[in-house]
Design a protein around this ligand. Structure first.
Ligand code: GTP
Ligand code: MG
Length: 597
């Protein structure tokens, strides 16, 4: 969520604040823009001088500087023209290079900063923002800003330069008629401000709709097999069409307004131009205005007012970029809720026991998912959690990893409150095989080595063997170099699960967490995983979450979770003897009836 104080700060100011490291380059680029425009308005003066030479001869301006001969005067003007055109080209080149490189630097840094910041935000943030929406910020919005910096910023500066310099020259050379050229400017400025105010919400809406269609698209592309399985293709096309129409309509609303702007401005300009032409002409005929100056005035008026017809497009580009800037900076200004502690959790502490001390937690206020949980996971032991679906088992793990903080109570590892240590040092001690396995696009070997970039081929194979994955990997088309596809879709569910076990084992962390790691494997593989678990959990704190109770019957302690509360705990035998919920579940799953106590 954007910080409320920042929503009122204009986007340009927010951008300027962000761009503090680029200010020197922005000023340099602006200087080139200014100089380019400054020499660009020289030609009307040269034309004026040429007419002056022809009409006034040795009384001309150049004549007064001591160049008597009219032909020499013309040559001087030609040389001046050459210099001015040369300078204009040079500045044009410099401003192009500077602004465009600046646009590249800023878009690069902004994208990386935003991505890095997003990575630091806690999982709660991602519940409310869709992947597609964030993709739109990282791609479209950043590109929109790039486009503005590429050409728009230069245009704004040159427009301001034109108005200031020409305005100043007008008032210096012919104050009596200067006001005529400026007649339309208040109208144009007023119109522009009004236009900017009106178009702003329309572009905000365009960006919103762009994000919305993005998230729908990424949703659909990710769920292609579900769409096909439920033959929902037509429905989904209709849905995307609807989203696309909304985007189109939002843009059309903006186009309607922005297209009307330029023609209206042009009318105002025509008015100023003809007024200068006629009034100035009368003055020249009367002889109260120098003919050379009259021509300069007419050309300058054209130079002054003509760029204003482009004002609409510039404001347009600006407004689009600012809508995007706001969206990017809103993400950048989002503060993470989960903050690092100052200390580092050592490997020694990581090998200690884990304690949940009356932990209460809710994802959404008022809907507690865990209530007053007390759990002790002893060091080097295997602790299991069982319970019906949705009872809160995975949530316990998410709290241990500090993906979320408890509402009350505390969690400690090796005697250290996990809020007092850095998240990285905490998570370094934990290897997680999560319930929904996620593999990255890449090879089997790369996926196994994900947690340990420096792993050798032997290490990778050893981990795969321990996870009972080695044999099936060798049977894949390219063995360890087989590409698994996006999200690992080229592998079976059980294969994915075993790869993720291998990945966790390779990190060799003191704490190993297996959330339903055996749910997608056959009985034989489950038995194999059991055997390897018995080996690897030997002197490691192991936490196992399982629905199949046979998986965890050998655990040192089993917690039975129901509706966010621990209802029973003990060893398998103790729990059977209790004849409580665990014994009932066991009876259902195995058909065995618990022995009478
Ligand atoms: P199974 O994995 O199905 O056996 O369930 P579980 O015991 O692991 O349940 P889990 O801890 O995942 O969820 C407990 C409750 O929290 C459920 O009612 C979910 O609806 C809710 N929940 C789980 N994850 C999230 C989350 O990321 N955000 C929100 N808002 N709610 C969640
Ligand atoms: Mg779960």
């Amino acid at each position: 969520m954007p910080a409320s104080a920042d929503t009122v700060v204009p986007p340009l100011k927010r951008l300027w604040r962000y761009a503090s490291g680029y200010r020197k380059r922005i000023i340099l680029a602006s200087t080139w823009s200014f100089l380019n425009k400054a020499v660009d308005i020289a030609p009307p003066f040269l034309i004026g001088m040429a007419i002056d030479v022809v009409v006034n001869g040795s009384d001309s301006l150049l004549g007064q500087f001591g160049i008597e001969d009219q032909r020499s005067q013309i040559v001087v003007i030609a040389v001046l023209s050459g210099i001015i055109w040369g300078l204009e080209s040079l500045f044009e080149y410099l401003l192009g290079v500077e602004w465009r490189n600046l646009a590249q630097s800023i878009q690069h840094d902004l994208r990386i900063d935003t991505y890095e910041h997003i990575q630091d935000l806690d999982l709660g943030f991602f519940e409310d923002r869709s992947t597609g929406d964030l993709m739109a910020v990282l791609n479209d919005d950043v590109n929109q800003l790039e486009r503005f910096l590429d050409v728009g910023a230069n245009e704004v500066i040159q427009l301001l330069t034109t108005v200031t310099l020409i305005g100043a020259s007008f008032f210096i050379i012919a104050p009596s008629v200067a006001w005529l050229a400026f007649l339309p400017i208040p109208i144009i400025l007023w119109g522009s401000l009004l236009f900017q105010k009106k178009i702003e919400p329309r572009y905000a809406k365009v960006r919103e709709e762009a994000a919305s269609i993005n998230s729908q698209l990424s949703n659909n592309l990710g769920g292609m097999s579900t769409i096909k399985a439920f033959t929902a293709e037509d429905r989904e096309v209709a849905r995307i069409e609807e989203e696309s129409r909304r985007y189109q309509a939002a843009n059309q609303a903006a186009i309607k307004l922005s297209s009307a702007f330029t023609p209206l401005i042009r009318v105002a300009i025509l008015f100023g131009f003809t007024a200068m032409l006629v009034w100035g002409g009368y003055l020249a005929l009367e002889g109260s205005l120098n003919v050379g100056l009259y021509s300069v005035m007419v050309f300058l008026t054209q130079r002054l007012l003509w760029p204003l017809t482009r004002l609409g497009q510039t404001v347009d580009l600006y407004q689009r970029a600012m809508a995007s800037t706001n969206r990017i900076l809103d993400v950048l200004d989002t503060e993470p809720v989960i903050l690092d502690g100052d200390d580092t959790l050592t490997a020694d502490e990581g090998s200690g026991s884990i304690v949940f001390d009356s932990v209460t937690f809710s994802y959404e206020e008022g809907f507690p998912v865990l209530s007053d949980i007390d759990v002790e996971i002893e060091a080097s032991n295997t602790t299991a959690f069982v319970g019906s679906t949705g009872s809160g088992k995975t949530t316990i793990i998410k709290l241990l990893l500090r993906f979320y903080d408890p509402d009350s109570g505390a969690i400690s590892v090796g005697g250290r409150d996990i809020r007092k240590v850095t998240q990285q040092s905490l998570r370094d001690q934990i290897a997680l095989v999560s319930q929904d396995v996620f593999l990255f696009h890449g090879t089997v070997a790369q996926n196994i080595a994900y947690g340990v970039a420096s792993a050798s081929t032997e290490d990778i194979e050893k981990a795969a063997m321990a996870a009972e994955a080695h044999d099936f990997i060798l049977e894949l088309p390219n063995g360890y170099d087989t590409i698994v596809g996006e999200r690992g879709q080229k592998l079976s569910g059980g294969q994915r699960q075993r790869l993720s076990i291998a990945r966790a084992l390779l990190t060799d962390s003191p704490i190993l967490i297996l959330d339903e790691a055996t749910s997608a494997v056959d009985n034989e593989t489950e038995a194999a995983i059991q055997r390897s678990l018995a080996r690897i959990s030997h002197n490691r704190t192991t936490v196992v979450i399982a629905h199949r109770l046979s998986t965890i019957r050998n655990a040192d302690r089993i917690y039975v979770v129901d509706a966010g509360q621990v209802v029973e705990f003990g060893t398998h035998d103790e729990l059977l003897a209790n004849r409580g919920p665990y014994a009932a579940l066991w009876a259902v799953q195995t058909g065995e009836v618990a022995p009478t106590a």
